[in-house]
Design a protein around this ligand. Structure first.
Ligand code: NAD
Ligand code: TDX
Length: 336
């Protein structure tokens, strides 16, 4: 049985990953999370008392806190999700992104290496590759060309992970995934924001002309991909993860309105995101052919399930849309 330290496990993807690990069994899981605005232990309420699970509140950028977790729990595997994850917030202020994504990742690498960790899985994003034109897809050898402070900070973390492998022989692997959707996603991101606004009869703020393209993947498919990399990936390698579901934003928004039985008059085109990447698309050939991973969900079915989840989890949605959320929303959207 391995003991796995999951960082950022109170966030959207981390909480889904912990649930998957505990369902699979055979692992002990320690969740290290600072509980920022994006971290919510209610997302793990159903597993909080499982014997193989422990939570530690701590900041990955604080070396003494990270050392204390390793001393107390002695994990042999690290799966690193903890990050500042929202592009728009990085446009407003990039400092937390550099601190957590860059500095925090280096602290974690140092402490994990000093403690003899056998496998370090770094969860990254397709945004490190920059933006595509109308054709082509990102492969693992596409040059890194990040455009936002968020993606630049994630690229910094990817390069530090690469350096830990090449310099120290530390067994690291990196995953780069496309846009996720599904249960427990914080409603600052496109899909949950549009669902909750539509349910409230509020306007749906589409940036620019709505023709930017994202490549969507259901969160549990991302998690099964990370698990495959953790179990069977080759040290030092990068694995792209994507669900082959490219959509223009306006198409996603209109589909959501249809599923919710709401009219398109709610759509408002607002000022574009500065530096808005036009298109992302993932070539997932490597993980499919080398590790035998396949996404299990179609966009249409899983989007419907996601809408149902947000409809049936009003308490979770209410608690994450606190005063701090309302302040962010006003700052981000009122002047657009
Ligand atoms: P999220 O914002 O929902 O969760 C991030 C979690 O990290 C939160 O629980 C937060 O409390 C925690 N955290 C933040 N700073 C921390 C710190 N200094 N110390 C400890 N914990 C801290 O993010 P998410 O959408 O679940 O993304 C998880 C990871 O996956 C990120 O690394 C992100 O870059 C990557 N990723 C996300 C997507 C996506 O579509 N959401 C796609 C590809 C990759
Ligand atoms: O209100 C909005 N209106 C809008 O048109 C929001 C929040 C977004 N958008 C557009 C911008 C993007 O083209 O929708 C698209 C998706 O936006 P986000 O949900 O903010 O995601 P994105 O910027 O693509 O980044 C996401 O995918 C990669 C995650 O937030 C990252 O953490 C991940 O690395």
């Amino acid at each position: 049985m391995s003991k796995i330290l999951v960082t950022g496990g109170a966030g959207f993807i981390g909480s889904n990953f912990i649930r998957l690990l505990l369902q699979r069994g055979g692992h002990q899981v320690v969740n290290l999370d600072a509980l920022t605005y994006a971290g919510n232990l209610e997302s793990l309420a159903d597993v909080a008392n499982e014997p193989g699970y422990a939570f530690v509140k701590g900041d990955i950028a604080e070396r003494d806190q990270v050392e204390a977790v390793f001393a107390a729990h002695r994990p042999s595997v690290v799966v690193h999700f903890a990050a500042e994850s929202h592009v728009d917030r990085s446009v407003l202020d990039a400092s937390a992104f550099v601190r957590t994504n860059v500095m925090g990742t280096q602290v974690l690498l140092d402490v994990a290496r000093a403690n003899g960790v056998e496998r370090f899985v770094h969860v990254s994003t397709d945004e490190v590759y920059g933006s595509l034109g109308a054709t082509g897809k990102f492969t693992e050898s596409t040059p890194l060309a990040p455009n936002s402070p968020y993606s630049a900070s994630k690229t910094g973390s990817d390069l530090l992970v690469r350096a830990a492998f090449h310099t120290h022989g530390f067994p690291c692997l990196t995953t780069r995934c496309s846009n996720n959707y599904g249960p427990f996603q914080f409603p600052e991101k496109l899909i949950p924001l549009m669902i909750l606004n539509a349910l409230d009869g509020k306007s749906l703020p589409v940036y620019g002309d709505g023709k930017n393209v994202r490549d969507w993947i259901y969160v549990t498919d991302h998690c099964s991909g990370i698990l495959a990399v953790m179990e069977r990936g080759r040290d030092g390698e990068v694995y792209n993860i994507g669900g082959n579901a490219e959509k223009q934003n306006i198409e996603v928004v209109k589909t959501l309105l249809g599923l919710l039985g709401k009219g398109e008059e709610l759509i408002t085109f607002v000022k574009d995101r500065p530096g808005h990447d036009l298109r992302y698309a993932i070539d997932n050939t490597k993980i499919r052919s080398e590790l035998g991973w396949e996404p299990a969900h179609s966009f249409d079915t899983a989007l419907r399930e996601t809408v149902d989840w947000y409809r049936s989890n009003a308490a979770w949605c209410g608690s994450v849309r606190s005063g701090a959320y309302r302040d962010y929303y006003a700052r981000q959207y009122d002047a657009r």
